[in-house]
Every structure is written in structure tokens, then in C-alpha cells.
Design a protein around this ligand. Structure first.
Ligand SMILES: [Zn+2]
Ligand SMILES: [Zn+2]
Length: 462
């Protein structure tokens, strides 16, 4: 007797009928998911389906993932990829409820923080480990809907075989990958839905100290504060709050923390003076740690060893973590019900978080972002395509405040990035768009860590 199963699929994250295609006596029965067409077997610990082999077995190039070769023991819940199938499409009534997406109702047997780094066309791609699936990471990302539309306008996710692979490679290609490292984000409808939650679940585990704290309730657009380098160990949002409370008296405020430990370590050294010996020594050490050897390797490694090997030093790791934080926040914002929208404020690497957040949100039809303030931003200003995209996600104004007195950015950002990248914290974002306001605050900003002290003054001028 043939018995089909109506269960969650660890390939497509949908609840679907799984047709029994092969009854086995010593091993588990084989099924095909009616939603995605891939093969599945039942999880060892529950009724959900674990991945078996993809519908077409054509792995070449990158990784012959273990998924290609044998059945996974566990479903995506039990192996820690996601917290809960049922919650992937959940909406949030308040951004501060974000943890509900990551709350585990079942215990997971494998470790969490499932991130992998793959290489595509000479670039390093950071994505959830589950997308290192055959047939090749590029196709897997394309099939999952991460890469949007091909140049022909067709959704890449609807392609298959060679067309899928080449469209995916084109979408990921060196042109679209700044600095040789791409952090994968869900795009369009996937952001704020199931595939977005798969990404968020994995990045959430990899960003230390990620929290969204509601500072105060209120009415009108919600303000979100995002820090970069920290001058104090136990940083809170009080500096932001005192700067904005005159202009935004009634609004709700939120404060995002991420990687506070390393941001403080670097911020503290900078506080001691950019010319200081300790700082110079630190930077010199950072530069020596850099390594570009990673792209030659073809194995998925753990996040810690891989990221530090590709990018080599804490500064670059912070830059990548900022990207991941931006992608994670974009998914959470996209699933939050908020008719009044958001105002984003970011300092230093916090502006980098916002840039990637906006880029991800720009792939949706509607964005909830009103105004954006970037102070001493540590993100490239010459990437015209990127900024045009980011501005698409802004309904009001994007205000970029910079200062030529910012020696931290001059030294650290331009130094560490081998002068190939120019940060927005040192000059105009060179895009023509009437939503964009470039504001030279050199006359009142004496250094990188001085912005929040006189942000109230800047707000009054705008
Ligand atoms: Zn499926
Ligand atoms: Zn399971």
C-alpha cells in the first residue's frame, strides 16, 4: 500500500504532500516533494522531511555537498537550520518581538549558527549552510529565489539546469560582489517570508550580541539607532536619545546592538587617538593578518575559521558582520506590521548595516523606510549601482553627514581597504537623486566619534 506524507519539506520549507517513490526495508523510504520536486526521507526524530537528493543530480564545479550523496539524518528544525517551520512566515506586530522567529520549540540535535562560505566565480559567498546544496551553490541560491531576475527578466528561481546555473552565476558575478565577498540576502517576496527566515535564522546565530531593544513607546514613525564603533563598554542608546528627543518627541525608539565586544575593542583603541602607538601597532597587526588564500579552497568550513581566513582581520570581519546584520534587520523589518514606517540612524559601521538593509529592502515593491541619517559612514560611496538601489528603499530623505576631520575613516577604512574604497563618511555619495542630501559637517565634527554629541545640532539644521 502506498502511503504519501503531508509534511514540512527541508528543501523548500513548505508543507506539502510527499509522494512515496521507493519503499526501503533497511533504510528510510524515499519520497518526492510535490512542491519542489526534490527527494526527501523522513527525519530520524520527527515526521518532517529531511533532504535526500535534488531532483536533478548534476553537481559539478563547486561542492558535491553531502546532500548530493546521502540522505540527511535530520529535518531543518532538528539540525538547527531553522527554529520552527511554522514560524517562517510569521509577521511581527512589534519589531522588538523578533525573537519569536528564532525561538526553538523542539530541541535541535546539531549545532546552530549554520553558515557557510562558498566560492563562486572567484568571490566568496556567505550564506546559510543549507544552500551549499547541489547542484552547486550558485544554482541552489538561484533556485531558492535569492538572486531575483535574470537579465531577460525571468525569475531565476523558475529556471532549471544549465539556464539556472548560468543565470545564477551572472547574478552573483564579480560585478555584483563588492570586495570579493557577498553576503547572501533573500530578495523580493522572499524577504520577510520563509526563505528570508532561513537566512535570518542562520545569521542570527552568527552575529554576537544581536538585539533589538525597544527604548520607548510612542506614535508616528519608529526610530532605529544602530551603532558602529563604541566608545564605552556598556553602551546604551542614551546618546542617541538625547540628540533626537527635541525633533522626534513622540516617536517610538528602538536600539539595535550587534557585535558589541569587537566594536568596543576597536572603538576604544581609536578613542586613545588615531596617532597613538597602540592604535598604529594594532592596525599594522591587522594588515598582516589579511589573507586572500581562501577562494582557492573548496570546502565548506565553519564560520569562524572561514571568515577569519578569507578576510583575515577583525576590521574586515566587522565589515562583513555589518552586512549580515543589515540583511537580518531587513528581513525582520519586512515582516513587521508598521503603517507609520521607520527612520533609520546609523553611525560608523552602523551606516554600513543600514546600506545593506536598504539594498535588501529595495528588492521589495513597498518599503517602510521614511528617512535615513548616516553619520561618519564606513561604507563605500563610489558604488553608484548600489546606492541607486539603496535609495529606492527610501521614501523620504537619505542624509549623509561627513567630515574631512575623520581620521579614523581616513586611516582605518582607506588604509585597510587598500585605498580601493572611499567611505561616505569622508565625502559625497556620488548619485544624483533628489532624495539624497550630502551634508558636509567638517566645520562642526572634529573626529569619527564626535557625531552623536552634536547630532541634535545637525538635526536642527536639516
Ligand atoms: Zn519541497
Ligand atoms: Zn525532525
Amino acid at each position: 500500500m502506498i502511503k504519501n506524507e503531508y509534511q514540512w519539506c527541508s528543501w523548500c520549507y513548505r508543507k506539502a504532500t510527499h509522494r512515496l517513490v521507493k519503499r526501503n526495508y533497511l533504510t528510510r523510504n524515499e519520497y518526492i516533494c510535490s512542491s519542489c520536486g526534490n527527494f526527501a526521507v523522513q527525519c530520524r526524530y520527527c515526521q518532517n522531511m529531511a533532504t535526500f537528493k535534488p531532483s536533478t543530480k548534476k553537481a559539478k564545479g563547486f561542492i558535491n555537498s553531502r546532500k548530493e550523496n546521502w540522505a540527511s539524518e535530520l529535518c531543518a528544525e532538528h539540525d538547527g537550520t531553522i527554529a520552527d517551520f511554522e514560524k517562517l512566515n510569521n509577521r511581527l506586530n512589534d519589531l522588538a518581538d523578533y525573537e519569536s522567529i528564532f525561538k526553538r520549540t523542539k530541541w535541535n540535535l546539531a549545532k546552530t549558527g549554520k553558515i557557510a562560505v562558498g566560492a563562486v566565480a572567484g568571490c566568496s559567498i556567505i550564506c546559510p549552510a543549507t544552500y551549499l546544496a547541489a547542484p552547486g551553490i550558485a544554482s541552489a541560491l538561484g533556485a531558492a529565489g535569492f538572486l531575483g531576475a535574470a537579465s531577460t527578466g525571468t525569475a531565476i528561481s523558475t529556471l532549471s539546469g544549465a539556464a539556472l546555473t548560468s543565470a545564477s552565476l551572472a547574478a552573483l558575478g564579480p560585478g555584483g560582489v563588492a570586495g570579493g565577498i557577498a553576503v547572501v540576502s533573500a530578495v523580493g517576496a522572499a524577504l520577510g517570508a520563509a526563505q528570508g527566515a532561513v537566512v535570518s535564522n542562520s545569521y542570527f546565530g552568527a552575529i554576537k550580541d544581536f538585539k533589538i531593544i525597544k527604548v520607548k513607546d510612542g506614535v508616528g514613525p519608529s526610530l532605529i539607532f544602530i551603532n558602529g564603533f563604541l566608545s564605552q563598554k556598556n553602551q546604551d542608546s542614551s546618546d542617541w536619545v538625547s540628540a533626537v528627543s527635541e525633533k522626534y518627541t513622540t516617536n517610538p525608539y528602538y536600539y539595535v546592538t550587534w557585535e558589541s565586544g569587537s566594536l568596543y575593542k576597536m572603538g576604544n583603541l581609536m578613542g586613545k587617538g588615531v596617532g597613538g602607538t597602540a592604535f598604529k601597532k594594532y592596525i599594522t597587526k591587522l594588515m598582516k593578518q589579511g589573507s586572500r588564500s581562501f577562494v582557492k579552497k573548496l570546502n565548506p568550513l565553519s564560520l569562524a575559521s572561514t571568515i577569519s581566513e578569507i578576510i583575515g582581520n577583525p576590521w574586515h570581519i566587522s565589515m562583513v558582520k555589518a552586512q549580515m546584520t543589515g540583511v537580518l534587520l531587513a528581513d525582520l523589518i519586512a515582516r513587521t506590521n508598521n503603517i507609520d514606517g521607520f527612520v533609520l540612524m546609523g553611525h560608523s559601521l552602523g551606516a554600513r548595516v543600514i546600506y545593506y538593509l536598504l539594498e535588501a529592502l529595495s528588492t521589495k515593491n513597498i518599503s517602510p523606510i521614511n528617512d535615513v541619517y548616516l553619520l561618519g559612514g564606513a561604507v563605500d560611496r563610489k558604488d553608484i549601482d548600489g546606492w541607486e538601489k539603496a535609495l529606492k528603499a527610501v521614501n523620504g530623505n537619505l542624509i549623509n553627514c561627513y567630515s574631512s576631520n575623520d581620521n579614523t575613516l581616513k586611516f582605518l577604512y582607506q588604509g585597510a581597504n587598500a585605498l580601493v574604497s572611499r567611505p561616505i563618511g569622508l565625502g559625497d555619495i556620488e548619485v544624483i537623486d533628489n532624495k539624497l542630501i550630502n551634508k558636509d559637517t567638517t566645520s562642526i565634527i572634529a573626529g569619527h566619534m564626535k557625531y552623536k554629541e552634536i547630532f541634535d545640532k545637525i538635526l536642527r539644521e536639516i
